[in-house]
Design a protein around this ligand. Sequence first.
Ligand code: KIV
Length: 278
Amino acid sequence: MKSDKFTVSSFLKAKQSGEKISMLTAYDYSTARLIDEAGVDSILVGDSLGMVVLGYENTLQVTVDDIIHHCRAVSRGAKMALVIGDMPFLSYHISPQESVKNAGRIIQEGMAHAVKLEGGRDIIDSVKAIVRAQIPVVGHLGLTPQSVNMLGGFKVQGREEDKAKKMIEDALMLQEAGVFCIVLECVPMQLAQLISERLDIPTIGIGAGSGCGGQVLVTQDMLGMYTDFTPKFVKQYANMKDDIISAVRGYIDELKSGRFPGKDHSFTMDEEKLKRLY
Ligand code: KIV
């Protein structure tokens, strides 16, 4: 268990000391409690919620209300980790005012400590407005899943020189706009390392190699629970799919054969009182 809460300043301290930042996603109270107890630095209530928890094909259907609902649960479970609420599709594209309003709801109603937005120069006015409202912001470059229809699928980003240059410029613009860290998703490891070296703030990689200041994974992916689609960058640290299926089969089997519930899992009452009921 950590002795100090992880804060925005801890991100910047980690960049200076070179300590790697650990981040995982969570969408509910009990998972948040477990990963917080295990010592994770930061918990992202990602819009991956749409795919992993709600069963959508991508993240585009997730709403601000969905994020708030799940953020509230996670925030109650996270005692030490910094909680980041993802701003969903179209919640920061219409106007900076609307972006501040939506970010503010994620902080006020969702009880998150910070918000995350996907994109670079196109959303910079919203980033600046949210930072001006004293809300800490995380950037997100590379594969930005909310742009899946524009990108033509979930693909590695920044392999071409012009796209790589644009990503470096976007990272510097986000830093200038006041974000305290940037997620780099599905970016060639050499480019991610270069961006990480150019910035004074930490980068958090997912499919971006080991040169980033930290890493983030979707918890259901790393625990082997969500197997609809497993990207190359996922390392499974457990096989909970098999564990869950085997446990559920054991339960069904014991129930059907009369072995569950036994006396150990049942309550009794006074025999005299019972007799009077007959
Ligand atoms: O929604 C999410 O979980 C994310 C991470 C994969 C970075 O954005």
